[in-house]
Design a protein around this ligand. Sequence first.
Ligand SMILES: Cc1cc2nc3c(=O)[nH]c(=O)nc-3n(C[C@H](O)[C@H](O)[C@H](O)COP(=O)(O)O)c2cc1C
Length: 299
Amino acid sequence: MSNIEYEAKIYDVDPADIAGKLAKLDAKEVGSYNFRRYVFDTIPAKPDRWVRLRSDGKQATLTVKEITADTIDGTHEWEVEVSDMETTLEILAKIGIKPRGYQENKRQEYDLELLLQAARLAPSSYGMEQWNIIVAQDAKLRTQLKKSSSIVNGSRFDASYILVFTAKTASGFDRHMTHMLRDVKGMNTVTAAAMKTGWKHWAKTDFKVYDTPDGLHQWAARQAYIALGFVMLAAAERGIDSCAIEGFLIDKVVAVLESFKLINRDNDLPVVMLALGYRADGSTHPRSRRDMDEIVTWY
Ligand SMILES: Cc1cc2nc3c(=O)[nH]c(=O)nc-3n(C[C@H](O)[C@H](O)[C@H](O)COP(=O)(O)O)c2cc1C
């Protein structure tokens, strides 16, 4: 049985204004979706009729759509739910029906905002936030990053979002620390200088990360990994999958980021990437962990 789809585009909507009004009405955001859709021509192909296989990450449907008039009630659709999008795609391929298009719609931006806030609020040694995040959105940048990674990681770069975590180098950190103490923490020059002297003593004598430039960079990288963990936890809490990525050629990624003018290697270097997105329908991933008593010593 066909249904009539009532679909209209509403122009001049301010999403923030609408979100505010909904919040006043006590409306709660129920979730966000990552739509993946394949589009097929009918046989014979007709400009006003097409077939769509779509998943919103939770439910998959197979639909025939037909436009009979350019009015709000001019689109008819015949739709069934399918239990498995990939198998349906295979069945159609076996019948000889191949998709003519594939589209993915990213979930709402504010999901990512929340995850980036989790990174921003992460603790760091001396509160120095000695790392940054690049959100790789540009298609050319993503392609270059993908090419700079090991082959097994190729599919990671098709995720909705790729974050590149960079950490300060020794020379980058020196200037960064002054900026943090003076501009972010609001210290006067005297207090900031005293703080820097105290930190230098700790870094050289106590914690021994000051002896080589790489020691300081690795210390900064460790703080970046705390932020990475915070983002991964916040993502998991929202039902978003994540995969940390160290499987890349660091020299190549440095060159790519420099070519896009995203870093200056004297001050910042990439340390880890993070792919974020919703998993393909029904895909599972085996998980193994050591027993607790092998990990933890109670004394
Ligand atoms: C710092 C770090 C780097 C990782 N790099 C990669 C990577 O390059 N490619 C990949 O497929 N998985 C990568 N992983 C994922 C690990 O292989 C994965 O967390 C581990 O196998 C456990 O998987 P599970 O948490 O899904 O059980 C990385 C994980 C971490 C924490």
